[in-house]
Ligand binder design. Structure first.
Ligand code: BDP
Length: 731
């Protein structure tokens, strides 16, 4: 009532003026697309209007979309183009059957579109997923063709075209041909059936198992769109620490419902297979891979899966690792275990992706050596539909590791890359760490196994060893948070992973620019500093967590925060002291011939380089060498002083990242800007905590003072050691 009478009262002049001014301000801000509150849900597919001046350069404008209507994939390709251009051009383009004038966007394959067939484009080298984007003339009208051999190639071409507009790339005389360098570009979800996510920092699992298959969350479609836009074509729905229940009929129906949603987007579903499933859900007394009953059980199970999911991708398997069951429980090898599953899948065109992340409970040897020791002798013993998935480094997704020595060492077994996108060891969701430089560093590393230029990227794309199958997997950072990834900048890691899986030779800096332009703004005054901030972020985290080749210093089990003092417990290689080996004499893990000799697992040139403390890149010094506190580093500082310097530099870099971001407010909507700012403040606080805690601890060994001008830790070592985080996420 009170409100109504207030509404009838004439507005006071000043109030009217204020309201009008506010509306006008809102209107201007909207034109620039920065005022609208954004929660990050749209990821890099925001499709905000392009500037009229940019558009004016391109004539004729896109006017209509010509796309055959005979396949689900072409339908979603056409719909995405309509949706994208509707946002970008502020105009809804009709989807029609024929070219009716200038400005047509013509989509299709030679088989589905007579128009595309008539153009006679050269699609030979593009395989089933490549495409061309080409300026052409059709019936004397200028047009753009998006053509491919298969429908999924057309979809990828559409996303590429939209990316060109989103990033304001030139559109004249288009002549782009692109095809993926890697066949299997996959996300690995470490998602459990109860919707917890192992090492997940973005909320719960997006798979709503309980409501599947009857309720399909619209988010599944957006998930598929986002993945297709970066070329992801496979997804493992379930955790590598697998639950056999996911293979029961009830759950297969649920997985099939997801597969149906993803299929038009070219994404195949995979599941993790618990090796002991024949016992747990099959009623058998054994899971011995050589037992005929076990083999028959898996064959029947696989046939049942294909009855639900005709294009099922296959199994991802973690076996005999960290307590998971596996063939070694029966005295069988990894190859015998993998081949048993591969035989069952081969009849249906499925794959076994066997993880190389194994280290034995019994073996006291250097953990960094174990995967190589286990698998290299098996090279050549795996069936052709087995791939081996290898983590980027020999320990476990650390801020920095040298490349895994298996890369280059198994010429007869297709090796897949496994990167972690979720930031288990990198500050979880609140630390801004752009991971593409980490991925790039590994991919560009030269294994030297077949002379110079034998890069890890060439192992992965198959060109080095002539692999018939190739793949790259990323452990997803996706959850139910509105922004999907737990933070706005963590979306960049999902994006960059997809782009690098498509082409492992791309540059991380270019990917950052692309992503920033699509996700925030094309303004050069924004893109350059923001990219610079992203590119510095990975070195920053290495500096404030694990400089100079240190590794695995994180808090026990949850891996949150510093824990260089972690010792004891069930196994030595789950402690920090095992890895840093600090004493009053020095620090570092001797992996040379005088120590564990892990260097010998690399090609001779690399082994010689890593094994020599004069030649080893300093970023790996303490990974391979135990050196004294007075050791002279290349800066001229002693090792102790250099450690203090680097830990401090890491904190300084984060401070500077904060300043950079503070200055970018005018280019970003307030909602996202504020969250990034708040997270950077957390990162700075935690970087300082890392520095202080680690230096306070290492100083008890070095017994050296802080060099002049470097602040001592704010608190005592006891303080840092007393901090506990029983509810840290992700376990
Ligand atoms: C480690 C994680 C653990 C995973 C394991 C794996 O701490 O949660 O299960 O890797 O990759 O990084 O299997």
């Amino acid at each position: 009532m009170a409100n109504r009478s207030a509404a009838r009262r004439p507005m006071h002049g000043a109030v009217v003026r204020t309201v009008c001014a506010a509306l006008a301000l809102l209107a201007t801000l909207n034109i620039h697309g920065t005022a609208r509150a954004e929660d990050g849900y749209e990821l890099w597919l925001r499709y905000r209007p392009v500037e009229p001046a940019w558009l004016a350069r391109y004539r004729p404008h896109a006017t209509h979309i010509v796309v055959p209507d005979d396949s689900a994939t072409l339908a979603v390709a056409g719909d995405e183009l309509v949706r994208g251009l509707e946002g970008l051009l502020d105009r809804r383009l009709p989807k029609v059957a024929a070219v009716s004038g200038p400005g047509a966007l013509v989509l299709g394959t030679p088989a589905s579109s007579p128009l595309i067939a008539r153009l006679g484009l050269d699609l030979d080298a593009l395989g089933s997923e490549g495409y061309v984007l080409r300026s052409v003339r059709i019936d004397d009208h200028p047009a753009i063709a998006i053509a491919a051999n298969e429908d999924s190639g057309v979809l990828y071409g559409v996303f590429h075209f939209l990316r060109l507009v989103q990033t304001r790339a030139p559109l004249e005389a288009l002549a782009i041909a692109d095809a993926p360098a890697v066949q299997h570009r996959m996300l690995n979800h470490w998602d459990n059936l109860d919707r917890t996510v192992e090492r997940g920092y973005a909320g719960a699992s997006i798979w709503d198992w309980h409501k599947l298959p009857d309720y399909l969350d619209p988010r599944y479609v957006d998930y598929a769109r986002a993945n297709a836009s970066i070329g992801i074509n496979g997804t493992v729905l379930t955790n590598v620490n697998a639950n056999a229940v996911s293979l029961t009929p009830m759950y297969l129906k649920k997985a099939a419902a997801l597969a149906n949603v993803f299929r038009p987007y070219g994404i195949r579903v995979f599941l993790t297979a618990r090796f002991s499933a024949p016992m747990e859900i099959g009623g058998l007394a054994t899971a011995d891979p050589l037992d005929p009953r076990v083999r028959r059980w898996w064959q029947a199970k696989v046939a049942e899966i294909y009855a639900h999911i005709p294009d099922f991708g296959g199994f991802l398997v973690k076996a005999n690792s960290e307590g998971q069951p596996g063939p070694q429980d029966y005295g069988r090898s990894h190859a015998e275990g993998a081949n048993m599953l591969a035989e069952a899948l081969a009849a249906h065109g499925g794959l076994v992706i066997w993880r190389a992340f194994v280290y034995s409970h019994e073996e006291p040897d250097d953990r960094a050596k174990q995967a190589y020791s286990e698998f290299v002798p098996l090279d050549g013993e795996f069936l052709p539909n087995v791939m081996l998935q290898v983590k980027n480094g020999p320990i476990d997704f650390q801020p920095r590791e040298p490349f895994h020595p298996l890369f280059g060492a198994m010429p007869r077994t297709p090796l897949m890359m496994e990167f972690q996108i979720t930031k288990e060891y990198l500050g979880f969701a609140t630390h801004l760490v752009y991971l593409a430089p980490l991925y790039e560093e590994t991919l560009r590393a030269d294994t030297r196994v077949a002379g110079k230029g034998s890069t890890v990227a060439r192992v992965i794309d198959g060109s080095l060893h002539g692999y018939a199958r190739t793949g790259m997997a990323g452990v997803a950072n996706i959850g139910t948070d509105r922004n999907w990834s737990g933070s706005h900048f963590d979306q960049a890691n999902w994006y960059a992973f997809g782009r690098l899986a498509w082409n492992p030779h791309l540059s991380s800096a270019e990917i950052a620019s692309e992503w920033l332009r699509m996700t925030f703004s094309n303004d050069a005054r924004f893109v350059a500093p923001a990219r610079d901030m992203m590119m510095r972020s990975r070195e920053a985290v290495v500096d404030y967590m694990t400089p100079l080749g240190l590794h695995h210093l994180m808090g026990r089990s949850h891996h949150y925060g510093p824990g260089p003092w972690v010792d004891g417990g069930p196994r030595a290689d789950w402690t920090s002291v095992y890895y840093h080996r600090a004493t009053e004499q020095g620090i570092g893990f001797d992996r040379t011939a005088s120590g564990s000799n892990a260097v010998a697992q690399y090609a001779p040139e690399i082994a010689a380089q890593f094994g020599d403390r004069k030649q080893v890149p300093e970023k790996f010094l303490l990974w391979f060498h135990h050196v004294s506190w007075d050791y002279r580093t290349r800066s001229g500082r002693t090792l102790w002083d250099e450690l203090v310097h680097r830990y401090t530099r890491g904190v300084e870099t984060v401070k500077n990242m904060r300043l950079t971001w503070q200055g970018l407010g005018e280019f970003v909507d307030a909602e996202r800007h504020a969250q990034v700012s708040a997270f950077l403040a957390i990162q700075e606080k935690e970087a300082r905590w890392w520095r202080d805690a680690c230096l306070a601890y290492f100083q008890t060994f070095s017994r050296r003072p802080f060099p002049p001008d470097y602040e001592p830790p704010r608190h005592s070592l006891e303080h840092y050691r007393s901090l506990e985080f029983p509810y840290a996420p992700g376990i």
